[in-house]
Ligand binder design. Structure first.
Ligand SMILES: [Zn+2]
Length: 319
């Protein structure tokens, strides 16, 4: 894999820390979390976009790349977070309802991250959405916190949905040579990705690069976090939303320091280049955006600030 020879995944001391922590990230059944139903809905033209809180995970400071500890502490202090603690990041999925079509963007962690996440089934049930009524699922990438909820046991949790994933992403997570080249602690991620693709079989529809998926939904290639990582542009009427997946995932650090990555990035330099390109686009086009790990509910805009950026949360729509 040329991507791996350029910059090896999880290298250096931080990689060791991740490898030590990863055994907890297994695609095994966990005790059911205490159910909660936390959602936020917003109209977008004729569509209704609902952010569903699957749960959260704690990002260890040692997993942040390209920042020194003082910069991390300063960023967390400015964000009024505990500067000495791991960074709590929400995990969300997004439901888009338009006409007769229900599209789910990412599917939460399922049992892959333990009891702080994997609540998507309870959330869907709580808002009266039958998983079997979801027509299609679009996946930003195949990391566990985005696809663990695709499965109920070994079976597809969504009986009737087509599944859209970037073809480079599929190739990466199904390549035995890539799996062998990576730390053994990552193997469960490959197992989970393979299990999801197998469970959905010929309902998986790969897309290439920037594709029109129909119904006002198109894909935007945002590689680096993973090779085929993709965002989604949602257009309805005159309104647009860019769902950027994990292209910016740590709001307290990556707007002020867009070079900062996390050790889960397949290629941290490419991820940083993508982040700047996407943030520049969002600023220039004044786009409304949302992302899997943005502070809940995660809708907002981006402002240019000095050499970097600032997150501008969207105020609650009262009408
Ligand atoms: Zn993620």
């Amino acid at each position: 894999m040329t991507q791996l020879s350029r910059r090896t995944l999880f290298k250096g001391a931080a990689g060791v820390a991740v490898a030590a922590a990863l055994p907890a990230l297994r695609a095994t059944a966990q005790a059911a979390p205490a159910p909660w139903v936390i959602t936020y809905s917003r109209k977008l033209g004729d569509a209704e976009v609902t952010v569903l809180l699957d749960g959260y995970f704690l990002l260890e400071q040692a997993w942040v790349t390209a920042l020194d500890p003082a910069e991390i502490m300063e960023g967390l202090t400015l964000a009024a977070l505990d500067p000495g603690a791991a960074v709590p990041l929400p995990i969300t999925a997004t439901l888009i309802r338009q006409g007769d079509t229900m599209t789910l963007v990412d599917a939460g962690a399922g049992g892959s991250l333990g009891p702080t996440a994997g609540n998507l089934p309870a959330v869907l049930s709580g808002i009266g959405v039958d998983p079997a009524a979801i027509n299609r699922i679009v996946l930003s990438h195949l990391h566990p916190d985005h696809i663990g909820g695709m499965l109920a046991g070994d079976a597809a949790a969504f009986a009737n949905a087509t599944v859209h994933v970037n073809e480079t992403e599929i190739a990466f997570w199904t390549d035995p040579a890539t799996e062998t080249a990576l730390p053994e602690a990552i193997r469960p991620w490959f197992t989970l990705a393979g299990g999801v693709l197998a469970a959905y079989g010929d309902r998986v529809t790969p897309f290439m690069g920037e594709a029109d998926l129909g119904g006002g939904l198109s894909t935007v290639l945002m590689p680096g976090h993973t090779p085929g990582h993709s965002g989604f542009r949602v257009a309805s009427g005159v309104e647009q939303l860019l769902i950027w997946g994990d292209s910016t995932a740590v709001a307290s650090l990556q707007f002020t320091h867009p070079q900062a990555g996390i050790v889960f990035d397949t290629d941290s330099q490419e991820a940083a280049e993508t982040r700047r390109r996407v943030l520049d686009l969002v600023v220039a086009d004044r786009l409304l955006v949302s992302g899997t790990h943005m502070p809940f509910p995660g809708f907002g805009h981006v402002a240019q600030k000095d050499d970097a950026y600032a997150w501008v949360p969207e105020e609650w729509k009262l009408f």
